[in-house]
Design a binder for this molecule. Structure first.
Ligand SMILES: [Zn+2]
Length: 396
C-alpha cells in the first residue's frame, strides 16, 4: 500500500483536503483523507511537497484517426467562412490516398500527447475500424464507429455496417445522417447499453438548414447528392429535432451544443442528456460558443472534449478548460474542472474515473505549485502549471 501525501488533495466529489493523503493498492484507491489520520497505514510514503493531487482528466470527444491531417487544424478561416469551407477542406484531404501506417502512427502520437496532458480516458470517434490506436499503456480509449449517410441509399449502406460492426457506434450529425439511420444507431446503442454520441447544433449553418432547409449546408449537400427531395426540414433546432426522433436520454452525448435555444436546454435537462463542450474547436471554426452557464443553470453537467486536430491546433484538455473560462468569465472554475473530470466520467458511464474515492482507479495527477494558490480551481483551470502522473512523480 502506497501513501501519497500532498499539501492539497482535490477529490472533486468533495471538498479539497489540506495536508491530505491518498492510499492506493493494486491500482485502486484504498482510502483518502488527512495525512494525520492515514499516516500509519501506508507501507511506503511518497511526499509531494510541491503538488496538488487531482483525478486524471477525461476527454469525451476526439477523432484520433484524423490526426495525420493536423495541418488543417492550423489554418486560419476568415470571419465570413461558414463551416462548409472547413468540411470541404476536410473531405478533400480525406479523399486523397493515404498510407494506413501513417494514419495509425499519427493517431498513436495524438494519444501519447493526451497521456502527457493527463488524460486517462478518451472517447474516440472514427469512420474506419482500422484507424483506432491500440497501445495498452496509453489512455484508455472508448471507440465509436461513426455512421453517416444523408440520402436513402447512403443511409441503407450505413445500416448494413451497423449490422456487421461489433462495437459501439455514433451518428455523425442531424444534417449528414438520415433520420432513419439516427434512430437505428440509437436503438442499437440502447439495446447494447452503449453511449450514443452525435454532433449537435455545432454551427449556425446547421441550425439554418434544419430550420428552413436552406443556407450553405444545402448548397454543399446538393453539390454532393443532387436534389434533396427526400428531406423535409423539421423546421426547428437540432436538439428539438433529436427530441422528435426520440433519441435523447441519459446515454446520448450531444457534442458541441453551440446553437441551442433555452427551450432546447430545457429539453436536454428533461431527458438528462449528456452535453460535451468543445471550446477549442468552436473557437477555431468560429462557430460561436456554447451557453455553458445556461446549461449549468438547468442542472446539466457538461463534459469537455478536444475534438480532432483537424479543428483544433492542440489536444490539450487543460487548454480547453482555460478557453472555456475565457469564453465564460462568470463560470465557476470548479464547475469547469468538474467538466474535465467527474462530469466526463458520468457522461461516458465510466465512474471508476473522474474523482478520488475509495475503490476508484488510482491513476492520478500531481499538479505542481510552488505554494498553495488562494483559489485552487482558478489555478487548476488556468493551465499555468505542470501536471505529471503520480506514478511518474520524482520530486521537484
Ligand atoms: Zn467531432
Amino acid at each position: 500500500m502506497i501513501c501519497y501525501r500532498a499539501p492539497l488533495v482535490v477529490p472533486v466529489s468533495r471538498a479539497p483536503i489540506r495536508d491530505g493523503a491518498v492510499l492506493t493498492v493494486d491500482g485502486r484507491i484504498a482510502a483518502l483523507g488527512s495525512f494525520s489520520r492515514l499516516r500509519g497505514q501506508g507501507s511506503r510514503i511518497v511526499e509531494l511537497g510541491d503538488s496538488i493531487i487531482t483525478p486524471a482528466l477525461i476527454n469525451c470527444h476526439s477523432h484520433l484517426e484524423l490526426s495525420h491531417l493536423a495541418e488543417l487544424g492550423r489554418k486560419n478561416y476568415g470571419p465570413d467562412d461558414d463551416i462548409t469551407v472547413w468540411i470541404r477542406a476536410l473531405l478533400a484531404a480525406r479523399g486523397k490516398e493515404v498510407d494506413g501506417e501513417k494514419i495509425k502512427a499519427a493517431a498513436d502520437l495524438a494519444l501519447r500527447r493526451l497521456r502527457v496532458g493527463g488524460v486517462v480516458l478518451t472517447a474516440d470517434i472514427g469512420n474506419v475500424e482500422s484507424g483506432r490506436p491500440q497501445v495498452a499503456e496509453l489512455p484508455e480509449v472508448m471507440f465509436f464507429l461513426e455512421l453517416l449517410g444523408f440520402n436513402p441509399p447512403a443511409a441503407d449502406e450505413a445500416l448494413g455496417r451497423l449490422e456487421t460492426f461489433n462495437g459501439a457506434c455514433a451518428a455523425h450529425a442531424p444534417y449528414s445522417t438520415h433520420p432513419r439511420l439516427i434512430r437505428a444507431v440509437k436503438a442499437r446503442a440502447r439495446a447494447r447499453r452503449d453511449i450514443f454520441p452525435i454532433h449537435t447544433a455545432e454551427s449556425a449553418a446547421e441550425t439554418a438548414f434544419l430550420a428552413t432547409g436552406g443556407g450553405p449546408l444545402r448548397l454543399f449537400l446538393e453539390e454532393r447528392l443532387g436534389r434533396l427531395d427526400f428531406f423535409t426540414p423539421p423546421g426547428c433546432g437540432a436538439v428539438e429535432y433529436l427530441e422528435r426522433l426520440k433519441v435523447l436520454d441519459r446515454q446520448t452525448l450531444c457534442v458541441h451544443c453551440v446553437h441551442i435555444t433555452e427551450t432546447e436546454v430545457e429539453i436536454l435537462a428533461r431527458r438528462a442528456a449528456q452535453v460535451c463542450l468543445c471550446p477549442g474547436s468552436n473557437r477555431f471554426l468560429r462557430v460561436g460558443r456554447a451557453p455553458a452557464d445556461l446549461l449549468l443553470r438547468y442542472g446539466l453537467r457538461p463534459c469537455l472534449g478536444t475534438d480532432s486536430l483537424v479543428s483544433n491546433p492542440s489536444l490539450d484538455l487543460w487548454r480547453e478548460m482555460r478557453l472555456l473560462q475565457e469564453d465564460n468569465p462568470a463560470l465557476a472554475p470548479e464547475e469547469i474542472f468538474k467538466m474535465a473530470t467527474i462530469n466526463g466520467a458520468a457522461a461516458l458511464g465510466r465512474e471508476e474515473f473522474g474523482s478520488l474515492e475509495p475503490g476508484k482507479d488510482a491513476r492520478m495527477l500531481a499538479v505542481r505549485c510552488e505554494r498553495l494558490p488562494g483559489d485552487i480551481f482558478s489555478f487548476l483551470v488556468s493551465g499555468e502549471h505542470q501536471a505529471v502522473w503520480l506514478e511518474d512523480y520524482n520530486g521537484s
